[in-house]
Design a protein. Structure first.
Length: 312
């Protein structure tokens, strides 16, 4: 585990809370400059995994390194090189944007505070709003301030936990543009997200369910390796067929996507035969399409045992 290309290289990482195994012996490698996305249902262990990788939580078992430092014995040193942005906005609402950044710079004991703060304000487009109280900002602008604070000390690794929850689509896109700019500067990012469009913007993904990694790779590799087949059904009153299709035992997954239905499964010929007969009977249109990440992840979680199966 001395390959300098890996910012993170861990094996057998495990965490228990009481009798519950939250992270179940996972292996993971992350390259420098990657935007590595962690996806999974609530309680799946993705946030716990990220916190262990970044030195914010000590593993109960396993080994490996983060930023060339031992995740078991050098967590204090790891944390100094990590920027952490939590899901819940936690800055001071009665201070201005500039005052918040100056406070963070003071906490980290940074030299040239004013110069660093000014640079950070300009880099994220906050300079013209620098005197505005944080409590008066929209959710998107608050998240931009939080990101600015997280990278003020120039970390090598950035941790984002559900960073755009409750933020409008335009602000989300702008936020992700900033994340990609940071990647070009060599900053590695670990991000936990529920949004499939955000997952597609990651360079690498790991899907975690109840402590186990079920899939990993680039977004394209995750879809390819799932070996899932998907069809799109269109026609009049299409939503009226959702209930009937879900009760056909041959179909693994049926979901609504606006004015279409997506049907997915693993037995191509059997499902194709059932669907062809159904659409002919009901005068609908059928087309085989490339699976989406959402199709894959719903299939993965459907096949995974319930959370209660982990633990004692």
């Amino acid at each position: 585990m001395n390959d300098s290309n890996w910012i993170i290289d861990v094996k057998g990482l495990t965490k228990k809370f009481g009798s519950m195994t939250v992270v179940n012996g996972i292996d993971l490698q992350v390259k420098k400059g990657a935007i590595f996305g962690f996806l999974g249902p609530n309680g799946s262990g993705k946030t716990t995994t990220i916190r262990m990788l970044c030195g914010l939580l000590t593993p109960d078992a396993g080994e490996g390194q983060c930023l060339g430092l031992n995740v078991l014995t050098q967590s204090r040193e790891i944390k100094k090189q990590v920027g952490y942005m939590t899901q819940k906005f936690s800055l001071y609402g009665d201070l201005s944007i500039e005052e918040n950044l100056d406070f963070v710079a003071t906490v980290y004991g940074m030299d040239k505070r004013q110069e660093r703060v000014k640079k950070a304000l300009k880099n994220l487009g906050l300079y013209d709003r620098r005197t505005q109280l944080v409590d008066t900002l929209s959710g998107g602008w608050k998240q931009r301030v939080a990101l600015s604070c997280a990278i003020l000390h120039e970390p090598k690794l950035l941790l984002l936990d559900e960073p755009t929850a409750g933020v409008d689509p335009k602000a989300r896109r702008e936020f992700w543009d900033h994340v990609h700019d940071l990647a070009l500067e060599g900053i590695t990012t670990l991000v936990a997200t529920h949004y499939m469009d955000e997952a597609e913007r990651c360079t690498d993904l790991a899907y975690i369910a109840y402590g186990d990694i079920l899939a990993r790779g680039t977004p394209q590799e995750v879809v390819r390796d799932a070996k899932l087949f998907t069809w799109e059904i269109t026609g009049e009153n299409i939503q009226g067929h959702l209930h009937a299709l879900r009760h056909l035992p041959e179909l693994d997954q049926v979901g609504s996507f606006g004015s279409t239905l997506h049907v997915s499964g693993y037995d191509h010929d059997k499902i194709a035969g059932v669907l062809q007969a159904y659409v002919k009977q009901h005068q609908l249109q059928l087309a085989e399409v490339y699976p989406r990440l959402e199709d894959v992840f719903i299939a993965l979680i459907k096949n995974e045992p319930e959370e209660g199966n982990h633990g004692a």
